[in-house]
Ligand binder design. Structure first.
Ligand SMILES: NC(=O)c1ccc[n+]([C@@H]2O[C@H](COP(=O)([O-])OP(=O)(O)OC[C@H]3O[C@@H](n4cnc5c(N)ncnc54)[C@H](OP(=O)(O)O)[C@@H]3O)[C@@H](O)[C@H]2O)c1
Length: 287
């Protein structure tokens, strides 16, 4: 296990309201100066949750809501984060959902699992790029070992021509994240930031039990793996971690042609996203 560095100043953690994310937040509180936690719930419902976190240490804790089923809400989330800080040392894209039993579309017209688990974190990362660069920071995508068996056709991201199942949709979304971490490092304009994807382990959470009839380890174990990915002093340079060590990813993620086709189609799906009706373009040179 590589050395874990000193606590970062500002850390953004999505999906902090349950499971692995909540366990990560609890481990981070004593170590981090400012923790910005995200969840889908309205802030009015989060007082007790935030109170429990604040009791654990002296960190400044902020809660920012967004439902990832709506990409405009992700844009608004990035704006709220930017209003709280001028740099992000670590962004942990942990929020995720199981695939629904049948194919569903988000309000943006995208396959729901792809949107929540892949398009939303890619968009959030894109919108926080300046703050990550300001800190020479790091993006951690919480992926899954299920990505190893996935195939993802960039021309059919929304599964219009691909046989749907909840686990297929989930695994594809996680392959997207593994490829995106590599793509981020590949095209890293200066000042650069680091990126990594991590399988946290098979962890006993609602998400796991919605898709698989298996037990799983406690959330704290998955949280330790995510934390190591986030706080290691060594640069990961886009690697995939299976729990606490570097591992070969799905070969598609290593293929530069696959990555660039994936990102072309990804930016096409995100093109018209705006938090407040203003249009903005995302991607390289507004691609
Ligand atoms: N558990 C495992 O064995 C396992 C294995 C591999 C990878 N993972 C990954 O680990 C991450 C954490 O999952 P978990 O197992 O801890 O599951 P979890 O307990 O269900 O937590 C998922 C988190 O994402 C949030 N979330 C779900 N849908 C959302 C949406 N539409 N918009 C915004 N936030 C949303 C949840 O909010 P609420 O619950 O508060 O509604 C929760 O905070 C996920 O990315 C998952 O794919 C888990």
């Amino acid at each position: 296990m590589p050395p874990v560095g000193p606590a970062p100043t500002t850390l953004v953690l999505t999906g902090a309201t349950s499971g692995i994310g909540e366990a990560v937040a609890r481990l981070l509180i004593p170590r981090v100066t400012r923790l910005i936690v995200h969840g889908p719930q309205h802030p009015g419902e989060m007082d007790r949750f935030l109170g429990r976190l604040r009791d654990l240490g002296h960190s400044e804790v902020h809660y920012v809501p967004a439902n990832f089923d709506d990409l405009a809400a992700v844009g608004a989330l990035a704006d709220r984060i930017a209003a709280l800080t001028d740099q992000v040392d670590v962004l942990i894209n942990n929020a995720g959902r199981p695939g629904p039993p049948t194919r569903q579309l988000s309000i943006d017209g995208n396959e729901l699992t792809l949107q929540t688990n892949y398009l939303a974190p890619v968009l959030l990362t894109e919108r926080l790029t300046a703050l990550l660069r300001a800190a020479h920071g790091r993006v951690v995508h919480v992926s899954s070992a299920t990505h190893l068996s996935a195939s993802l056709e960039p021309d059919d991201l929304n599964m219009e021509h691909t046989a749907y199942s909840s686990t297929v949709a989930y695994a594809r979304s996680k392959l997207g994240l593994v490829a995106h971490a590599r793509w981020l490092v590949d095209q890293a304009p200066s000042p650069r930031f680091d990126a990594v994807s991590v399988h946290p382990g098979v962890i006993r959470t609602e998400l796991l039990h919605a898709m698989f009839d298996i037990g799983g380890a406690p959330a704290a174990q998955g949280a330790r793996n995510v934390l190591q990915a986030a706080l290691s002093t060594d640069a990961w340079d886009g690697q995939y971690l299976a729990e606490d060590r570097s591992a070969p990813p799905n070969p598609a993620a290593l293929d530069p042609d696959f990555r660039s086709r994936l990102m072309m189609q990804t930016f096409r799906l995100m093109r018209h996203v705006s938090a407040d009706g203003r249009s903005f373009s995302v991607g390289l040179d507004g691609a």
